[in-house]
Design a protein around this ligand. Structure first.
Ligand SMILES: O=c1nc[nH]c2c1ncn2[C@H]1C[C@H](O)[C@@H](COP(=O)(O)OP(=O)(O)OP(=O)(O)O)O1
Ligand SMILES: [Mg+2]
Length: 241
């Protein structure tokens, strides 16, 4: 039996680490119980590099079993860097590195978004922008109405969420992982739970939207949970009990 308890890593097997193509020359070093090609996150303080309350709630719950002392970027008064990349991993890397360097602590960032097949994968990395109001602030009801109006003429209703999680250290090292959940879009939006675009997404094989379902159920199948399972397998150890 393997010495580590993470043999179920990447549960569902749908996703691969975004850095899978990295060179593996560090594999097997140092007598660890699994190949150490990814840097391990040591117990201690961890910055959650997000200003989105819905995400912070979900990411904090994912990290909770690992005994880290989490603090959010907002609590530390860290600025929000511009998200100028055109990939989820790219923007999560910007956010994680900015926070890690500013705080002098490891930081975990999430860049995520909603994609509609008939819109060529849009809004995708621009998902948050579609909710921005000209005067500042966000209106997700408006954003969901915009997506539905553009997608309405198309028979293909498939949609998905993507989440990139990037861990960064103050020395500039990063580890990134991406998870997706497939499903379809619905209009009008349904449900008051969750956040963002949750009320317009029904995961494959389900009937309820992410906005209607029990948060524990979203947590079990979400893009964020899938990205986190990869991160856990690569970089985290559960504290001994
Ligand atoms: O599980 C989700 N359920 C519903 N909506 C979601 C989800 N995950 C991401 N989303 C939406 C919200 C936001 O409009 C965009 C992410 O944009 P993104 O820039 O990554 O996050 P953000 O600006 O809200 O917070 P921050 O950058 O401080 O982490 O996708
Ligand atoms: Mg953002």
């Amino acid at each position: 039996m393997p010495a580590d308890d993470r043999s179920g890593a990447g549960r569902g097997g749908l996703n691969r680490p975004a850095n899978a193509a990295d060179d593996r020359s560090g594999a097997g070093r140092g007598g660890l119980d699994r190949p150490a090609r990814q840097r391990q996150l040591a117990p201690g303080r961890l910055v959650l590099a997000s200003h989105n309350a819905g995400k912070l709630r979900e990411v904090a719950a994912l990290v909770a079993p690992f005994g880290m002392q989490v603090v959010s970027a907002g609590e530390l008064g860290l600025p929000e860097p511009a998200e100028t990349e055109d990939s989820f991993i790219g923007n999560a890397t910007i956010k994680a590195l900015a926070a890690a360097r500013a705080a002098g602590l490891p930081a975990l960032a999430d860049d995520s978004g909603f994609s509609v097949a008939s819109l060529g994968g849009g809004p995708g990395v621009r998902t948050a922008d579609w909710a921005e109001l000209p005067g500042g602030g966000r209106d997700y009801a408006m954003a969901m109405a915009k997506v539905a109006a553009l997608a309405e003429p198309h028979a293909d209703r498939s949609a998905w969420f993507t989440c990139a999680l990037v861990l960064a250290w103050p020395d500039g090292h990063t580890e990134g992982f991406e998870g997706k959940v497939q499903g379809s879009w619905v209009a009008p939006p349904r449900g008051e739970r969750g956040f963002g675009y949750d009320p317009m997404f029904v995961p494959e094989g389900g009937a309820e939207t992410f906005g209607e379902m029990d948060p524990a159920e979203k947590h079990r199948i979400s893009h964020r949970a899938r990205a986190f399972a990869l991160l856990e397998a690569a970089c985290l150890a559960r504290p001994a009990r």
